[in-house]
Design a protein around this ligand. Structure first.
Ligand code: HEM
Length: 445
């Protein structure tokens, strides 16, 4: 009995000392943020109880935080402090500071999929990777992407044409189109997702994005040993395995090409031929090569990063964009008039869009940017306090090419237009509508 009492006493003492040490280590932090507004925090758990519901519910609580509390407000997830910043001045200060390149631990939950790729890595490693990969989106590359934008967008409008004005869930059409474009332009791969009835990659990515978000807020799902034994964890693993089958095929093909033709680049230079710009996959291969060996892990991380960063974002924005055009026929009409001045009534499948045409679509550019302001598909980025991207030019060009082609061919309609503030949103890493966006496409001519 005496021994049991002693053990209990010792355990309580250790617990008390741990809490005291933890509290003292955070004393400076408590003093610094004590005047920041935020919901009332309970001892030990902080505000974690706000995050016990389903992910959609959690996201709507976070979105509401921005209505209730000013920029620079605080939230405690257990002993973890989150500072919310919504205003451009403070955002600029953080992103320009050394902390701007240190991503928070939350990105770790995406690492089984994107590992140490350019999205999730930090510090000097991120700087070096970013420098190597950026040329994949220079002007020459952008011009070379145009054929691909046009080709896959034409398949997209052919698919829309088969719907004969029936109401459709737009994400099911635009998701595969955006994937076909990103695989073609950056990963040298014809995915042909638009040729399939079901898009298994789209579903797998959707599932993974939901899982990553759920894990960030459910602290009990943080340990791998627990998470990968839950149904959600097992499903995430299956989705990851599915996408990696394709990623591995891309790696195998690229490695074989490299082995078969290791001096291709210099031969072209010697013969004075015009070189085609290096693709993202070429540059990822440069990152992966070291001492004559190719790291498949490095390649896999960069390929999966591109799959997820480059498709869901544009697909989501185009969905919101088409909804806005359907909601505001007068704006759709103005966008059409601008395109009419460039192409007349020609069919987009007969008269293809050229890269220089994009610069003439000023009104459409403004509509896209306003849609991105209203519906920022990447609504949150998280940085770790310790002491964006050329992809955006690609995204605008791709979205303009898709939207302009659709507007030239169809009148976009929605049965029940909703004011922007009544469109319910959720965040699964990317911003999504709670209810699917349903649209109708009626041929113009
Ligand atoms: C509407 C479209 C898009 C939006 C709103 C968007 C937004 C963002 C944001 C906010 C980040 C920073 C994320 C963070 O630090 O946590 C990011 C990173 C990134 N995006 Fe995009 N993006 C879009 C389209 C694209 C496209 C089309 C590509 C590829 C072609 C792309 C490739 C990337 C990559 C590789 C990163 C990681 C780069 C880095 O951290 O240096 N994005 N994007």
């Amino acid at each position: 009995m005496a021994i049991a009492t002693l053990i209990l006493f010792t355990a309580i003492l250790i617990g008390f000392l741990y809490l005291l040490q933890h509290y003292l280590s955070k004393l400076h932090l408590y003093n610094t943020i004590k005047d920041l507004p935020g919901p009332k925090a309970l001892p030990l758990v902080g505000n974690a109880l706000m995050f016990t519901g389903e992910v959609a519910e959690i996201c709507s609580k976070i979105i509401t935080m921005a209505d209730v509390y000013p920029s620079l407000s605080r939230l405690w997830l257990g002993s973890r402090l989150l500072i919310f910043i919504y205003d451009p001045e403070n955002m600029k200060a953080v992103l320009n500071s050394p902390s701007g390149i240190y991503k928070s631990e939350d990105y770790n939950y995406m690492k089984p999929f994107i590992g140490e790729g350019v999205f999730s890595c930090a510090g000097s490693k991120w700087r070096a990777q970013r420098k190597t990969l950026s040329p994949a989106f220079n002007l020459n590359s952008m011009k070379s992407f145009m054929d691909s934008f046009v080709r896959h967008t034409n398949i997209f409008i052919q698919r829309l044409e088969t719907t004969n004005g029936k109401e459709i869930e737009i994400s099911k059409y635009i998701g595969p189109c955006a994937l076909d474009i990103i695989y073609d332009t950056t990963l040298e791969t014809e995915l042909n997702a638009q040729a399939e009835q079901e898009c298994k990659i789209c579903d797998s990515m959707k599932n993974m994005l939901e899982s990553f978000t759920r894990r960030i807020f459910k602290v009990w799902l943080h340990p791998n040993i627990i998470y990968y034994n839950t149904t959600a964890g097992k499903k995430e693993q299956k989705c990851l395995d599915y996408i990696n089958i394709l990623t591995n095929k891309i790696i195998k093909k690229k490695k074989m090409e490299m082995e078969a033709n290791p001096v291709q680049e210099s031969v072209q230079e010697n013969e004075g031929e015009k070189k085609s710009p290096k693709t993202y996959l070429d540059l990822a291969m440069e990152l992966a090569k070291s001492g004559g060996k190719v790291s498949e892990t490095v390649l896999r991380d960069e390929i999966n990063t591109m799959t997820i960063a480059g498709s869901d974002t544009t697909a989501g924005t185009v969905s919101f964009l088409l909804l806005m055009l359907a909601n505001h026929p007068e704006i759709q009409n103005k966008a059409y008039q601008e395109l009419h001045e460039i192409y007349g009534t020609s069919d987009p499948e007969d008269v293809h869009m050229q890269y220089d045409d994009l610069q003439r679509m000023e009104y459409l550019d403004r509509v896209i940017k306003e849609t991105m302001r209203l519906f920022p598909v990447a609504p949150m980025i998280i940085r770790k306090v310790i002491e964006d991207i050329k992809g955006m030019k690609y995204a605008i060009a791709e979205m303009k090419a898709i939207a302009a082609t659709v507007i030239r061919k169809f009148i976009i309609m929605v049965d029940k237009p909703l004011p922007v503030e009544e469109i319910d949103l959720k965040i699964y890493v990317a911003l999504k509508p709670v209810k699917p966006i349903m649209l109708r496409f009626k041929k113009r001519h």
